[in-house]
Design a protein around this ligand. Structure first.
Ligand code: ZN
Ligand code: ZN
Length: 201
């Protein structure tokens, strides 16, 4: 897939910076959507499942239109750069996974990363790490897809669509709250925020 400059610029503006994680998500979302044969999701018809909550997910939200707010983005905390894209009502889903070694560091960069983590890095360490990241981003944006990603059609069970629940008013704070997120205390119905405050207080 050819790099779309203006789309990438908009994505970087949305995320706040251009980093290796964002580049991975950018390539993964492009690959997944192309394989699925869909463009950006206007509503909930497209579903994405992500197995990490790092920078890459912002690219998935931006490119696929699968967002936390619309309820068509699902997070499984598996710590993997793995992304599923599927259409509601469609049979197939696409699984996109980052290949091993794509993000591996040369030993010298690993040592620099350790020094940065322990606060012992020199200015030249920081420069070298920044340069390595810049080169990595470049590589991630330009490398052939097969080199970066494993893309496959799979069958998965989709999480149920987002539901809208009735609101009630909390008897403590007087604020509206989703009925399924309340508890009864005696004859009062209270929200979880008030319940938490009472536990801590
Ligand atoms: Zn980032
Ligand atoms: Zn309350």
């Amino acid at each position: 897939m050819v790099e779309d400059k203006s789309q990438l610029d908009q994505l970087v503006a949305f995320h706040g910076h251009l980093c290796p994680g964002l580049a991975i998500g950018y390539r993964a979302a492009q690959a997944g959507l192309a394989k699925l044969g869909v463009a950006r999701a206007r509503n909930e018809e497209l579903v994405a499942i992500v197995e990490n909550d790092s920078c890459s997910v912002d690219a998935v939200q931006f490119l696929a239109g699968a967002t936390f707010g619309k309820g068509n983005l699902f997070f499984r905390d598996f710590g993997k750069q793995v992304f599923y894209f599927a259409r509601r009502g469609g049979a197939a889903a696409v699984r996109v996974a980052l290949r091993a070694d794509v993000m591996s560091r040369p030993p010298e960069q690993s040592m620099i990363a350790d020094r940065i983590a322990s606060g012992e890095a020199t200015e030249s360490d920081h420069r070298s790490a920044a340069e390595w990241r810049r080169q990595k981003v470049d590589y991630l944006l330009r490398a052939p897809q097969e080199e970066l990603l494993d893309v496959r059609e799979v069958e998965i069970e989709l999480p149920p669509p987002a539901r809208i629940f009735r609101s009630v008013t909390c008897d403590r704070c007087g604020e509206p709250v989703m009925e399924t997120r309340t508890i009864w205390q005696g004859d009062e119905i209270i929200c979880l925020e008030c319940d938490r405050a009472q536990e801590n207080g």
